[in-house]
Design a binder for this molecule. Structure first.
Ligand code: XMP
Length: 514
């Protein structure tokens, strides 16, 4: 792999993704990983990430000079560029001028392998206080900026290079090309990490792990569990059974989509558990959001475990494996990356107990979300499953403000389905992260329809744009789309006589209302 050495930047995972976009496999490792450990992993190249520190700060993470003697190509970015400079005998100065944000890069000479034939001046994203004033021995300086004499250098013989700016962010429009040139041209790595190769390798690994034993997979209706299930199905076929718990809190058409589209695309054995009454019974009279979440989580585990027991009893062999859709960012964030399986705290099926007697199969452990989507398409899953909006495990139960009842669910389902239809028809699915529709079931307002007074409930549209749901902004939907949604909901859903728009970012609001 190409190892991205993480110096504490929020950018390390992004760099790994960008490396993978050049069709080369990449993983993140912490900066305190010993050089011997790094060399033992036989990396095709190293990328030293940016970081918050100054190389002169007391606790600044240093780069061990031994790293450059291993013959491994190295690319330094921002802090990594400066740390590399210091380790190799160049000069990093505390200039006092900070460069932050969009900056003009000025190419010097022919631009070297990294910048050759790119525009002589082009914008890049900078974020630094210290500057490199003198490159180490043997390096050619190929770019500078107004405040930084040395903004890029390279030594093609030793296959070492670095840039002061952040090539991984979208604000550096040629950044991806520069990263690609380092990996392909300077480091000489062959691009082989393709969706097809991911599928082949993963299928092989699952076969080795599971052998001729049996596995179950809980489907949540979300992208990750669907793709994980489809991969395991491709690997072990009949030895897999998928379990889908219908808790009655699903959106319109979701159960049918799993039962019809997912099964058609994969040929998987599917057991659907109809647990609507069980869930609604447990939720009766409950209005507190946290209490709702706990009840839904608990009932979910009960239904899933019951289904698993039924399955074991009704068949000749034991079920030894549980398939989970854990993604690479979860692995990095829980400090894992290599070695023992790390059960993350919240997963697709909503918190299974530790004493569940299964070994885990986690076929998506190495992948980012966009890769998971591409794998899904490669496996023949329909767009409707692969590009669906994130939907919370507790479902519509936390989008009804007030008690959850069958009637209220029906009302919300109808309104939600109209909003989704209109957003899709307007081609906005890829522009929004998700658009919860929330029913204010305990609020009523007066309206007039036909010649009569109405006294109905409002719904709230909550369209948000986000990269990762940690932060979000409210999406500026076109007025004509809002108008169509509003008109249709108030005309077609009898109990709703008012449509409102949530214009709160996150923070301070969360995406969901409960
Ligand atoms: P919040 O409301 O915290 O939501 O801003 C962030 C993202 O997480 C989703 N979400 C959940 N997903 N189980 C899930 O699988 C949950 O309990 C849950 N709660 C919120 C939410 O839809 C948004 O994408």
């Amino acid at each position: 792999p190409v190892l991205v050495v993480d110096y504490g930047a929020q950018y390390a995972q992004l760099i790994a993704r960008r490396v993978r976009e050049t069709q080369i496999y990449s993983e993140v490792v912490p900066h305190d990983t010993p050089v011997e450990e790094i060399v033992r992993r036989d990396p095709a190249a190293l990328v030293l990430s940016g970081g918050p520190s100054s190389v002169y700060a007391e606790d600044a993470p240093q780069v061990d000079p031994a790293l450059f003697e291993a013959g491994v190509p190295v690319f330094g970015i921002c802090y990594g560029f400066q740390a590399m400079t210091a380790a190799l005998g160049g000069t990093v100065e505390h200039t006092g001028t900070r460069e932050y944000g969009r900056t003009e890069l000025e190419i010097t000479g022919d631009g070297g392998a990294l910048h050759e034939e790119l525009p002589g001046h082009h914008p890049v994203w900078m974020s630094h206080g210290d500057s490199v004033s003198k490159a180490p021995e043997g390096f050619t300086v190929t770019a500078g900026s107004k405040d930084t004499p040395v903004a890029a250098y390279e030594d093609r013989n030793r296959r070492l290079a670095g840039v002061q700016y952040h090539p991984e962010v979208a604000h550096s429009p040629h950044g991806q090309e520069v990263l690609r040139r380092f990996l392909h041209d300077i480091a000489g790595i062959k691009p082989q990490w393709t969706t097809a190769s991911i599928v082949d390798d993963t299928v092989q690994a699952i076969r080795e792990q599971v052998g001729d034993r049996r596995a179950i997979c809980g489907l949540s209706g979300g992208v990750d569990s669907a793709v994980a299930g489809a991969l395991v199905q491709r690997a072990i076929g009949e030895q897999l059974t998928c379990v889908f718990v219908d808790h009655g809190l699903l959106r319109a058409g979701e159960r049918a989509q799993v039962e019809r589209d997912f099964v058609a695309a994969t040929g998987v054995k599917l057991v659907t558990v109809d647990a609507t009454e069980q869930f609604l019974g447990a939720l009766a009279g409950v209005t507190d959001p946290e209490e709702k979440r706990k009840i839904i989580g608990r009932e979910f585990i009960r239904s899933f475990e019951q289904a698993a027991r039924d399955l074991v009893q009704g068949s000749e062999g034991d079920v030894d494996f549980l398939v989970q859709g854990t993604l690479y960012p979860d692995v990095v964030e829980s400090g894992g990356g290599s070695g023992a399986a790390n059960i993350k705290s919240h997963h697709n099926v909503g918190g299974l107990p530790d004493d569940l007697q299964f070994q885990l199969v986690e076929p998506l452990r190495a992948l980012f979300k966009d890769e998971v989507r591409r794998v899904g398409l490669e496996l023949g899953l329909p767009e409707t499953i692969v590009h669906r909006q994130p939907f919370p495990g507790p479902g519509l139960g936390i989008r009804i403000i007030g008690e959850v009842t069958a009637d209220r669910l029906e009302t919300l389902r109808a309104a939600d389905s109209i909003a989704r239809e209109e957003l899709t028809a307007a081609g906005l699915d890829r522009d929004i992260w998700q658009c919860p529709v929330v029913l204010l079931a305990d609020v009523r307002s007066v309206g007039v329809q036909g010649d009569g007074r109405t006294y109905g409930h409002p719904v709230v549209l909550r369209p948000v744009s986000s990269e990762d749901a940690m932060t979000a902004d409210w999406t500026r939907l076109p007025y004509d789309v809002l108008e169509r949604i509003s008109t249709r909901i108030t005309n077609e859903v009898a109990e709703v006589n008012r449509v409102t728009l949530d214009v709160t970012s996150k923070p301070p609001g969360t995406i969901e209302w409960e």
